[in-house]
Design a binder for this molecule. Structure first.
Ligand SMILES: [Zn+2]
Length: 272
C-alpha cells in the first residue's frame, strides 16, 4: 500500500517534471506500406522547402500562427496537432479497409513538416502558381505542412491522389498524353469522363504551364481527395472545399474511381 502510494507520487512528480515543449517527433512505419515522418524527423525530406507560416507559443502559453521562416519546435507542433502520424496512418488504414490495394502505397514516404504553410523556393514550374502551399507531391513523397488545418485529411488525400495517379495511371511529371497500354487507357478514360478540353496539350511541360486549376493532374488529385473522403467517412465533402475548375465529381466520376481503385462496379450509393 505504502509502496504503491510512493510509486504514484513519484509518477506524478515525473509527469510534472516533463518539460513543456519536449520533443515528440516520430517516424511511423505504416503496416499499409508508407513511412510517415513528423516534425523534426520530417526535416530530412524538406529539401528546398522552407516554412512560410509557423506556429509559436505566446508568453501566456497559448499557440498561434505567425509568418516566420522558422520550423515549429516538436513540442509545440505536437500540442497544435496531436498524434498526426497516427491519424495519417489510420486514414491509410481506412482507405485500405475500403478496398484500396496497399500495393499502390508501398514505398511512399510522407513528410509532415513542422509548419503551418510552406514556401517553395525558386520558380516551381509555373511562375503564376502560388509559392505558398499546404502540401506538395514529389515523386514518391508527400510533403505536408503538418500544422495546416486540413493536413490530416483534405491536403493529405489530394497529395496521395497525385501519388496514385503516378502509380496507377502513369502520370509522373504531369504527363497525361495517350499511348498504349492499361495506364494510357485509364488516362484517356478519365479525361473523357471529365470532359477535359481536347485542345489542351497533355505533355508535362505544357500541363505545368497552365494555371493550377486547369491542369489534368490537379483535377484528378481533387477528384481523388473528394472520392476518398466520401469513401472513408460516408459523407460527401463540402462542394466549397473542391478547388479545381471542373467542380466536384458527379456519380459517373465517383463510380469510375470505385472501379479503378477499389474494384467496385455499379451503384455508388452502396457502402463498400
Ligand atoms: Zn496538387
Amino acid at each position: 500500500m505504502r509502496k504503491t502510494a510512493l510509486f504514484a507520487l513519484l509518477l506524478a512528480a515525473a509527469v510534472m517534471l516533463t518539460p513543456v515543449g519536449r520533443g515528440e517527433a516520430s517516424v511511423v512505419k505504416s503496416v499499409y506500406g508508407p513511412t510517415i515522418y513528423t516534425w523534426s524527423d520530417a526535416l530530412a525530406g524538406a529539401g528546398d522547402i522552407t516554412p512560410d507560416t509557423a506556429v509559436v507559443r505566446l508568453p501566456d502559453g497559448s499557440l498561434t500562427t505567425v509568418p516566420a521562416g522558422t520550423w515549429t519546435p516538436d513540442g509545440d507542433a505536437e500540442a497544435w496537432s496531436p498524434g498526426l502520424a497516427g491519424r495519417l496512418d489510420a486514414l491509410l488504414g481506412a482507405l485500405v479497409g475500403a478496398g484500396l490495394d496497399p500495393e499502390t502505397l508501398r514505398g511512399l514516404e510522407v513528410y509532415a513538416l513542422p509548419a503551418y504553410t510552406l514556401a517553395l523556393l525558386g520558380q516551381e514550374r509555373d511562375p503564376e502558381s502560388p509559392r505558398v502551399v499546404a502540401g506538395v507531391y514529389r515523386e514518391g513523397a508527400v510533403v505536408l505542412a503538418g500544422l495546416w488545418i486540413n493536413a490530416a485529411d483534405q491536403t493529405f488525400l489530394h497529395e496521395l491522389g497525385h501519388h496514385l495517379a503516378d502509380r496507377v495511371l502513369g502520370t509522373a511529371g504531369y504527363w497525361w498524353p495517350g499511348g498504349t497500354g492499361e495506364k494510357a487507357a485509364l488516362r484517356r478514360e478519365y479525361l473523357a469522363l471529365r470532359g477535359y478540353p481536347q485542345d489542351r496539350p497533355l505533355n508535362g511541360v505544357s500541363q505545368a504551364a497552365l494555371p493550377w486549376g486547369e491542369r489534368a493532374g490537379e483535377w484528378f488529385a481533387e477528384d481523388f481527395a473528394y472520392w476518398a473522403a466520401w469513401r472513408v467517412t460516408g459523407i460527401r465533402p463540402d462542394a466549397d472545399s473542391y478547388l479545381a475548375s471542373p467542380g466536384p465529381p458527379d456519380e459517373r466520376v465517383l463510380a469510375w474511381f470505385d472501379r479503378v481503385f477499389i474494384g467496385c462496379q455499379g451503384n455508388t450509393s452502396t457502402q463498400h
